[in-house]
Design a protein around this ligand. Sequence first.
Ligand code: NAP
Length: 323
Amino acid sequence: MKPKVLITRPVQQAAIDEVSAKCDVQVHAIDEPMSAELLAKALRDVDAIMPCGLRVGKDAIENAAKLRVVANIGAGYDNIDVNECTRRRILVTNTPDVLTEATADLAFALTLAAARRVVEGDRFVRRGNWPHWQWNFLWGSEMHGKTLGLYGFGRIGQAMARRGRGFSMRILYHARHRVPENIEKELGAQWVDRDELMRESDFLSLHVPLTAETHHSISRREFALMKPSAYLINTARGNIIEEEALVEALQAGRLGGAGLDVFEREPKVHPALIEMDNVVLLPHIGSATAETRLRMALLASANLLAALNGQRPPNLVNPEAFG
Ligand code: NAP
């Protein structure tokens, strides 16, 4: 009998075909998260799941007696209860690398948009009351020569550094470990401690995963350290910032602005942020290009098939559960 697989989004047919060649596939064809009840019910009978933007917690896998693989479509896997999966010897995989450039592009787009008031200007023109060219109007912040601070300096953080260098920015980064010297040299990047990163950045872009350690790691203390002219860019995960503290800092003029792709209570956005002209808001589209989404779905398929085949999948998150 073929293994049973649940794909929780209507991903590209090419990826569905890859899995269907070896497995009995059920696709949740509606492009919205499955309800907890529906997920728990569906998981009772499947060997593997390919979730995307869906919480797969302890409650969901409790009765998933046959489940062997969770092949997450996404680089971040904070939506999966990895500990519980490991305890049950369920392999968890993710899709890093293939979305690095698309996500860095979006982080840089947010940086430019916030700095040069692109969305604000667009809204102004669309309102149809542009009287004449003005000297003193929509002045933004330059990026060249400014300091780009990268909190997290893995795949996406480094891709962001490359973009910053192209704009002649000074690059500082913080991660728990320094990257090898040749990478620092190539990217012209300097490691600093966390507080210095907060103090020195003109643009602070977040590229750490969401973990217990990074949860709310940008909060009142950090905003107090940051320059009042600084911009905060977040394409990582919403919960890394304490959103209430961000709102307070912006309302008090203790921050220049923000560019946000992710939020603490997605899809809900703090109502105060919606009112602010110096904040650019996007609906979690970091990896949203046709090429990248296809690569993500195909990589998740490859991970899933390898795992079902008893091989070590290329992007195994919990090696303790393997073998
Ligand atoms: P990565 O290559 O694993 O890099 C993560 C970086 O964070 C590393 O430099 C790591 O270095 C650092 N880090 C981890 N924990 C830290 C901590 N407690 N304090 C300081 N630094 C820490 O990950 P990536 O591929 O760049 O992706 C980063 C995140 O972006 C993902 O986890 C995901 O949540 C998010 N993402 C979002 C979108 C979107 O659609 N908006 C798309 C793709 C990815 P050390 O281990 O040395 O600390």
